[in-house]
Design a protein around this ligand. Structure first.
Ligand SMILES: [Zn+2]
Length: 202
């Protein structure tokens, strides 16, 4: 087996590890290198954002177990990579909410706090990871009624939002956000509380 392969997109000859596997191919690898594949993905996302976000939410809601198993497997196989990515992302986005940060912030602001079941936190993280795998985008925990507006830090007031939409929302109410992208996302899901309700019903 050759150690290198030429990408049919960028034409550069790269090591085998630079290509994703595809069992159906004679050499077991995709034609495009990983770099070309991810830029093609990003391009697709940029032009089909609403569609991608909607199908991601739909898939995550309909495939809880699959998503959970997929994330767990991915994490097991790529633990170091996931940890490094997470650390890099957190370093680059110190203002982003994560579950622990949200809790600290809530306490600091004196928000009413009801204990968040560990199950719920884990499930939220899994959903966020599943959405991230599908879209290539980071997701944040959002307080639906912002903490700074008296919102509580409790399961009823938490949901997942893609980070870039959470950044648009910040301390606003949904109705105060002017971005069409934001409302597309909320509306595409039919019910902005879908993730929470799915969890509560189990
Ligand atoms: Zn390439």
């Amino acid at each position: 087996m050759t150690k290198e392969k030429a990408c049919t997109k960028c034409g550069i000859t790269k090591r085998r590890e630079m290509f994703s596997r595809q069992a159906a191919k004679r050499d077991g690898l995709r034609c495009f290198c990983k770099a070309c594949q991810s830029s093609a993905k990003a391009k697709y996302y940029a032009t089909h954002k609403t569609h991608v976000l909607a199908s991601c939410a739909k898939w995550a809601a309909a495939n809880r177990e699959k998503g959970r198993a997929y994330c767990a497997n991915y994490y097991r196989a790529n633990t170091e990579r996931v940890k490094a990515q997470k650390a890099a992302w957190q370093a680059a986005n110190p203002d982003k909410l994560n579950a622990a940060g949200a809790r600290r912030r809530a306490r600091k602001l004196g928000a009413a706090e009801s204990p968040i079941p560990a199950e719920f936190s884990r499930w939220m993280r899994e959903q966020a990871a599943a959405c991230r795998l599908l879209t290539g985008l980071p997701f944040d925990l959002d307080h639906i009624l912002p903490l700074s507006r008296g919102g509580a830090h409790c399961t009823e007031n938490l949901r997942l939002l893609p980070s870039w939409l959470n950044n648009l929302k910040r301390a606003k109410l949904d109705s105060e956000v002017t971005s069409a992208d934001f409302h597309d996302w909320i509306n595409a899901r039919g019910d902005s509380f879908e993730l929470r309700i799915t969890w509560e019903n189990t």
